[in-house]
Design a protein around this ligand. Sequence first.
Ligand code: ATP
Ligand code: MG
Length: 566
Amino acid sequence: MDNDTASSSERSDFVRDIVAADLREGRIDSVVTRFPPEPNGYLHIGHAKSICLNFGVANEFGGRCHLRFDDTNPVKEEQEYIDSIEADVRWLGFDWGEHLYFASDYFEQLYEWALHLIREGKAYVDDLAADEIREYRGTLTEPGRESPWRERSAEENLDLFERMRAGEFENGSRVLRAKIDMASGNINFRDPVVYRILHSTHPRTGDAWCIYPSYDFAHGQSDAIEGVTHSVCTLEFQDHRPLYEWFIANLPVPSQPHQYEFARLNLTHTVLSKRVLLRLVKEAYVRGWDDPRMPTLSGIRRRGFPAEGMRDFAGMIGVARADSVVEVEMLEHAVRSVLNRTALRRFAVLDPLKVVIDNYPEGSSEDMEVTNNPEDPSAGTRQVPFSRELWIERDDFMETPPKKFFRLSPGREVRLRSAYFITCNEVVKDEEGNIVELRCTYDPESRGGSSPDGRKVKATLHWVSAAHAVPAEVRLYDHLFASPFPGSGGRDMFDDLNPDSETILGNCWVEPSLARLPIGETIQFERLGYFCVDPDSTSDALVFNRTLTLKDAWAKLQAQGRQNTA
Ligand code: ATP
Ligand code: MG
């Protein structure tokens, strides 16, 4: 069976194997996972991989998955990001039920646990400045040095830490550190900072706190509080695992979670990093977090990617331990497969050329019945108005066609899809010699686009009736970054931005039914690609985004691969 048609229940990977074994061998009664975003930006396609994994595992094994905001750094976190993350996870099709949590809900408990470490002689208040701490930490090849404040008494540490909380000290003047091993080969073990002073208003706790726990001090303990069994994160946290385990072992936590790491998703022609995406937004390279070129979930949603395509893609790439870069064409392939099945077909002309049917009665029109989706008979048909003056695509006509051009040209007959056979008789030009109109005749016997006498035409064109068409702006999108590996070879990644990632066509015509297309529904403009209505649309100015072209570059890449290995 093809990867992309394998259902989730047949999926297997090392995380699912571990969960299955833990259940089978009775180490856990049920699986609890979590997706733990920091609300410091919008979610991207990489996060979707993690969401599909964490929620997917919970669903498949009858457990549950929590949505937990890792909101320990008030300087970068905002309510807008919290709201967008919730909306994005729901859009992807997952539900955390009542299990919505915030690390900030645990601040009091975490503080208690910090006091516990101090009392046990396993944490101390350090007065070194941040750069001194860095310098004392040593390097990968040199051990660290102990801080002169390392041997403070528990009493003194308790007093200082309580005063840190009370707001007596300035940002950066002191930190609380776990007392582990300055000579450890693992730098994360060299007395990691567990609390820092930050006089900053938190989106949820306001000004209740001016000390905040580090990621390492918050994450595993939050897992333990929530009864998370499998804490699945990306490989960059592998070196943090011993520390995760140290806190779990040295604190009176209510459960024993375990951390597992998988490879993060990288995609060609884009960057999956909130830091870079934030810069693209702040420096106005794009229209915002939800710009259709952005690899954010709100961006691909606005672009018209269905959530099902995103989920199918997550299934296709699987979950592994080795880092790799996936071709963006594979994501596009997954999306196209869904759209080919589900998208209604519609007529739109992006670069219009006027056609006048001289033998069609002036002032009259008729409705033609057109199939909505040849892949899905249940999608039915619709009525599309036809009249004497039409728009066709400018590049569907050539005055002096080369050998292999079979579309319209002087003296040639073609089919207008589901309408009539027409023949071009005359080309009308303006003073500068530009073609402005084609005079044609139609064969009334070919109604519906079928041949009246068995004679054949070599091309079928789409069209819209000029009197009935609705004007629209259409935005075409291409890769945000021209290079498949932005910033590789020491280049500045921003130099790799694709200057042609957006092309705006302001003079398009679409069939009248599209005036009522809801935002969020993606349709196919026949012969042109998949498109959706952009929220920038107003009642008298429709805006469409091109979701994807019809050409499946991934299928081609794969076919080439198969030939090469055949
Ligand atoms: P970024 O690197 O874009 O800033 P992050 O890892 O800092 O992302 P978090 O909010 O901390 O963002 O991530 C939440 C979860 O999503 C984490 O468990 C993280 O491992 C996972 N995640 C982030 N990026 C990816 C990715 N590219 N592929 C798979 N999982 C990812
Ligand atoms: Mg992170």
